[in-house]
Design a protein around this ligand. Structure first.
Ligand SMILES: Cc1cc2nc3c(=O)[nH]c(=O)nc-3n(C[C@H](O)[C@H](O)[C@H](O)COP(=O)(O)OP(=O)(O)OC[C@H]3O[C@@H](n4cnc5c(N)ncnc54)[C@H](O)[C@@H]3O)c2cc1C
Length: 559
């Protein structure tokens, strides 16, 4: 008996989400076509199972009549049993979904939208408050609190410097309520309303875990999909110090939700969250002491940035001690105590509350990833390649649950890449060579590309240029000349490799440097470009000019 055939077609002319539908219709018009599988219009590919008598010419002719062209890439015979497994409309057997996205935060939303935009059946599984970290307990609440404290500080209400002889503290309840209002408004518009606008995405509520037989269990139900994207995020890491349970330290989430702020606060940590929230609390009138284990703050950044931000925070009255090895935590009534070793000496520090800001741990525990051979690395993070694919080729992951940088824009971009690669043959990588990063202290810290040390390690012959904000007219006009801009370049090619900024509004300046690095610009490209006077970003051009020129010899403007 003649056997059925499996054909793979290269289809040209698919340019939109509805094209796969038209192509499928045209192919099904040919008598004897049993199944058609098209992985999105970008795949340019259709896989068919057909009766023995169907020829490639029948199929291409039908496609041409519908306005598409095609060539037969491969033909093979197939037995009936295998053919049966391809019998569902999308070619995925009895699976419930083409794509199941686990985690309804920023990354999960993007992955689900991308999947449905490509024309696939998508389920989105959410556990906890919809929207995840950024909108609920991360970027949005922290940045609005930072801005409130900054405005209060800039208006002269400085609890430490004695600008006001009487210390006036900002009303925490009002600020917290306004923060909560903004969070719920943005959660509604950016998540709840957006989900409603995509009725084709099936939303499933509950904690998802893989079972031993390769299904995904959510509550009492189990689901199966052809592909999965895991986007379950991370949670604050609570280091297992002795006395942890007695002291119950705060984390970034619980600190921002406090009903009443403490009089004094010890912050354990010296990176983004520790510095942002430490400075904010200090500006609200709380006595803040930062204890950092490394010998400097923000140790992954240029050393000058660590030293500079330490000086500025100390000027505001924030205590900072580096090289601190915490030994144990304890409590005496309402006082929390940190016992530590600093430069070989036993030390004791006391405060009303302790904020633990020592990084985050991926949300992978209890998900049954071992049942799916998904490899996990440091801090429980899923290891992914540049296509966001895990060690299981049917499972992709993105965002804070992976080993990628913990920024929401990285998580979201990864969500789009993960869904495209999971569902189509695009093989699109996530470009992580130029990831700008901003720490929202005042002054801000913003960096992109290689540090001087990294550039040397990569074998570049390195040259650097550092310009104080005193040379930037915008900073002078604003009477805030704190900080500097440091550029790292390759001396041989003159190509910009890195930009490292400590300055007011550094987060706005860094994007120009990001574009310059991403598109391989050279220092001359920056010096030959017009930068508007008086802007902070003009400092970037001044730093480029300063590779070869003494800035004090310049007249007006960076020319
Ligand atoms: C205080 C703070 C400030 C920050 N500020 C910034 C900033 O200014 N700029 C910036 O870019 N980034 C910032 N970040 C980082 C940013 O918030 C994260 O990178 C981003 O939110 C990660 O998104 P995600 O989708 O990977 O994870 P999340 O947004 O955490 O989403 C994961 C979702 O999955 C759910 N989930 C977990 N397990 C399961 C399961 N088994 N089944 C179903 N659902 C599950 C979780 O409940 C959550 O809803 C900040 C973070 C913090 C903590």
């Amino acid at each position: 008996m003649a056997q059925k055939k499996k054909l793979e077609l290269d289809v040209r002319g698919m340019t939109c989400d509805s094209c796969p539908h038209h192509v499928e219709k045209a192919l099904r018009r040919v008598a004897g076509v049993e199944t058609v599988e098209i992985l999105g219009w970008q795949s340019n590919k259709a896989t068919l199972i057909v009766q023995p008598e169907v020829t490639g010419e029948d199929l291409t002719a039908s496609l041409e009549r519908a306005g598409y062209s095609a060539t037969v890439k491969s033909t093979s015979t197939i037995d009936d049993a295998v053919a049966q497994t391809h019998a569902s409309p999308n070619g995925y057997g009895d699976n419930d979904f083409d794509l199941l996205v686990i985690g309804a935060g920023s990354a999960g939303f993007v992955a689900a939208i991308q999947g449905t935009d490509l024309g696939f059946r998508v389920g989105l599984i959410g556990h906890g408050t919809i929207g995840g970290t950024c909108v609920n307990v991360g970027c949005v609440p922290s940045k609005t609190l930072i801005r409130a404290a900054e405005a209060w500080h800039n208006a002269g209400h400085h609890p430490f410097k004695g600008v006001n002889t009487q210390q006036v503290n900002l009303d925490w309840e009002t600020v917290r309520t306004q923060k909560d209002d903004l969070v719920s408004q943005m959660r509604q518009t950016k998540y709840a309303d957006v989900l409603a606008a995509y009725p084709k995405v099936t939303y499933i509520e509950g904690f998802a875990q893989f079972t031993k037989d390769g299904k995904l269990q959510v509550g009492d139900s189990t689901y199966k999909a052809n592909r999965y994207v895991i986007a379950t995020g991370a949670h604050p890491r609570m280091m297992d110090f002795r006395g942890l349970e007695e002291v119950e330290p705060l984390n970034s989430t619980t600190l921002m939700e406090l009903e009443k702020v403490p009089k004094s606060l010890i912050v354990l940590g010296g990176r983004a969250v520790a510095l942002e929230l430490g400075q904010t609390m200090a500006r609200l009138g709380i006595d803040v002491l930062i204890l950092q284990r490394s010998t400097r703050l923000v140790p992954a950044h240029e050393p000058e940035i660590g030293r500079g931000i330490k000086d500025y925070l100390e000027e505001e009255g924030i205590g900072i001690i580096t090289g601190v090895e915490v030994e144990r935590l304890s409590r005496d009534g309402e006082t929390r105590i940190v016992r530590a070793r600093v430069m070989g000496q036993e030390r004791e520090y006391k405060a009303d509350q302790i904020l633990m800001a020592l990084g985050r741990e991926a949300n992978t525990r209890g998900m049954g990833l071992e049942n799916m051979d998904v490899k996990i690395g440091q801090n429980g993070a899923i290891i992914v390649d540049k296509y966001m694919r895990s060690s299981n080729s049917a499972i992709y992951a993105t965002g804070d649950v992976t080993n990628n940088p913990e920024f929401v824009y990285v998580a979201a971009a990864g969500g789009s890449v993960a869904a495209q690669n999971a569902l189509t043959d695009t093989k699109k990588p996530l470009d992580l060579l130029t990831v700008p990063g901003v720490i929202f202290t005042d002054p801000q810290i913003a960096t992109v590309g290689l540090t001087e040390a990294q550039a040397k390690k990569e074998g570049h012959k390195v040259k650097t240029s550092t310009v104080s904000l005193e040379h930037v007219a915008r900073a002078q006009a604003a009477r805030d000349t704190r900080g500097f801009i440091k550029l790292v370049a390759d001396e041989t090619t003159n190509q910009l490799l890195g930009a490292h900024i400590l300055a007011a509004e550094a987060g706005e300046v860094i994007q120009s440097a990001t574009l310059a690095i991403k598109f391989g610009l050279k220092i001359d490209d920056l010096t030959d470009t017009l930068f508007p006077y008086l802007t902070q970003v003009e400092g970037l051009k001044l730093a480029a000019i300063a590779f070869d020129k003494d800035l004090t010899m310049l007249s007006c403007c960076a020319v």
